[in-house]
Design a protein around this ligand. Structure first.
Ligand code: TXA
Ligand code: MG
Length: 341
């Protein structure tokens, strides 16, 4: 059930906090994507998150806190972790630190670390405070499908039985940056709105796990990296290159699909829309603003499925700023089906 918390006259946060305290799950807004929230101290509730998402048991959950002191009660913060929390919390940054053993091992999938994040969202912070416990929450989508950026997306995946706090569309639209702080040099495990440059400006050297290649076996540092992700039912193709060649290539591929009886769609930069004539196009943000693309991408992938498209062509954005994280997600959604022109 979706409960709108944007009006003044409600006590839905308290209702949701009660649900969490009693071992239930709640759809929780954050500035990145909606989360599927449970008390991080409640092993049974945490297990039910894995069950209803269809999430592999070896993929750890992020634990959300309402303050730095709450975080420091759960994990070991070195000097660099403290600096990053000071600079970017509340915000879209998850710090993976050594666990102090207060959180059940199943939350972190048996690892001796814990991923901690203080979201920059009043509703989420109020919910954590009202529940009085740290909140374990993965993105509130069925495992593998695009993350939810509206309350309706959450309800579409989990049905009416789940209480979802509706704070409107998420401000950022992509999941948080995940950084491994357990080594001397921090390593970005998943890129997000807090970029490598932003992190480096606070703590110096920062490494980045390969963000643009498929997982190829071995033990990944972020277990989530090895799974199919963010994918709609339609086949996604990323087309990359100089703008004019990208639009020409997409038109060619689109028209070939049509002849084969497919239903293709272009996710285009707003400024390029005019080049596609009568072909089906959705607005994936302005050329100069990858933030718009970040905010829109998951909703676009979901709406393409809802409208029955079978092929999606995505015009690549430059891998700078938040464009880096956008391309990381879109490559995965496309299962690395990339056409370079
Ligand atoms: O923005 C976000 O991070 C959203 C909102 C709800 O906060 N949450 C989210 O959670 O995206 P999820 O479960 O979809 O992705 C969590 C990622 C996974 O790739 C997981 O492997 C990694 O964080 N992760 C969590 N704890 C970890 C740990 N202890 N060590 C390594 N990776 C960890
Ligand atoms: Mg997720």
């Amino acid at each position: 059930m979706i409960l709108d918390i944007r009006g003044e006259y409600h006590n839905y946060i308290e209702l949701a906090a009660k649900t969490i305290r009693e071992g239930g799950l709640v759809g929780m807004p954050t500035e990145t994507v909606y989360g599927l929230a449970a008390s991080a101290f409640d092993e049974r509730a945490v297990k039910s998150i894995f069950d209803i998402k269809g999430r592999p048991q070896d993929n750890p959950l992020i634990v959300h806190v309402d303050s730095l002191p709450m975080a420091r009660g759960l994990g070991e913060f070195g000097e660099k972790a403290l600096k990053l929390a000071g600079a970017f919390w509340p915000g879209p940054l998850t710090l993976v630190v050594k666990s102090l053993g207060k959180i059940p091992a199943s939350v972190s999938a048996g690892l001796d670390t814990v991923g901690l994040r203080m979201p920059d969202c009043d509703a989420a912070l109020s919910l954590i405070s009202a529940a009085g416990v740290p909140i374990a929450a993965p993105s509130a989508n069925k495992s593998g499908s695009p993350s939810p950026t509206t309350a309706e997306h959450v309800a579409a995946d989990f049905g009416d039985g789940l209480l979802v706090l509706d704070a409107g569309e998420c401000r950022i639209g992509l999941e948080s940056t995940v950084v491994d702080m357990t080594r001397e040099t921090p390593v970005i495990l998943r890129p997000g709105a807090v970029t490598r440059e932003m992190l480096a400006s606070i703590v110096g050297d920062v490494e980045c796990a390969n963000a643009f290649a498929p997982y190829e076996g071995g033990k990944p540092s972020a277990p989530g990296m090895k799974y199919r992700h963010y994918a709609p039912r339609a086949d996604v193709t990323v087309v990359e290159g100089q703008s004019a060649s990208v639009t020409e290539a997409i038109k060619y591929l689109y028209d070939k699909d049509l002849k084969k009886g497919e239903k293709p769609l272009v996710l285009a930069r707003r400024e390029n829309r005019k080049y596609y004539g009568k072909r089906d196009v959705m607005d994936a943000g302005s050329v100069n603003n990858a933030g718009e693309t970040a905010k829109a991408i998951y909703a676009l992938l979901r709406s393409a499925d809802d409208k029955g498209y079978t092929k999606i062509y995505f015009e690549a954005v430059p891998k700078t700023g938040i464009g880096f994280a956008v391309m990381n997600r879109v490559y995965k959604a496309a299962a690395y089906n990339i056409v370079k022109v």
